[in-house]
Write a protein that binds this ligand. Sequence first.
Ligand code: SAM
Length: 400
Amino acid sequence: METMSDRPCFDALAVVPPGLEEAAAAELSALGAEAVRPLRRAVACRCDAATYLRLHLQARLPFRVLRQLAHFPCHDRASLYRGVQTAADWELWLPPERSFKVEASGSLPGLSHSHYNALEVKNALVDWQQQHWGQRSSVDRQDPDLVLHLHLSAGRPGGSGAAAVLSLDGGGASLHRRGYRAAMGLAPLKENLAAGLIALTGWDGTVPLADPLCGSGSLLIEAACRALGRAPGLDATSGTPRRFALRRWPDHDPQLWQQEVAAARALARDALRDGRPLAPILGMEQDPDVLQQARDNAKAAGVVPWLQLEQGDARDFNPPPGPGLLVCNPPYGARLGERQELEGLYSDLGIMLKQRCGGWTLWLLSGNAELTGALRMKATRRLAVSNGGIDCRWLQYEIR
Ligand SMILES: C[S@@+](CC[C@H](N)C(=O)[O-])C[C@H]1O[C@@H](n2cnc3c(N)ncnc32)[C@H](O)[C@@H]1O
């Protein structure tokens, strides 16, 4: 059997929501990535070309999967400029008729502004092009042919080992946008975070799943897509892949791409992998407009037949007998008045859960420990995650 070591491989880095590093590492390994190492907000791995394409079509947790072009020592602006010019075969990657943009993260002493660091990379590249061809590429912020990513890291304390990593972004745009969400409810979760939270629950589709405050439905839709093998990189209705930047790379292999697209399409099922039907997925939302958004999103994601969405107050939620899995992301409230009102909601939810959801497991995304205290329930697990920069906990409760 051919192994990855027989084929050309490269280092890749999946950028993931904080708290989902281990779950993302498991996902990448399952999709064939090797030497998988969870880092902070990222997972490093090695990929061959097929695996890299597969990650774009099938991985649910990353924001982006960067392909490393070069890694070079970097101490100051001059070494960044020189390093970029010799980092890759720019004759291949960036002829002047191709547009590009540069994104940057990380910092070093004297290189602390990502915007200026990205500008320095752009300048190094267009200067190189002018010297080489007498022409330069245009920068296109909306739809560039090549998206480059610079990451600066300090290395050891004191700055020795300071380095720059220059990578290509295969998605071009963030992978959390699956394309099914035209409609956004109040404070929706990003799709990849919703998928990751579901992965952390271990739900396998055999017991009912319910979200009594479902908003625009992200948790339920991502759960259904995962259970039914719907590849996040394919349009749900047409099966066509999204517009990934990697398809415009000079070393893109269209035949390999078609193989991976066909393999991703073949995963879509109308039942669980073993043929059993998917257990009921129930959603409730009090705001009729937001509920309509959930319905529209479910339609665009191709999972309408598996979702039962209902308008109503979560306090009136009455699930079928357990075991089952409840997930929810109740409002946290930013202002004080809201907080007091929300304490009442959390307290009522606690009563509803204890009275009617015995035998169910609850996972609740909390952005405010005081409010979750009002549930008057004791969490059995607490996982730290970040929701759009807000430090949150994904809390598990066994309801007796
Ligand atoms: C933070 S949002 C949930 C976002 C959702 N996870 C998503 O990704 O779209 C909270 C939702 O709870 C709904 N909500 C608030 N109080 C409710 C109640 N008592 N019963 C049902 N829904 C409620 C709000 O209308 C809002 O859509």
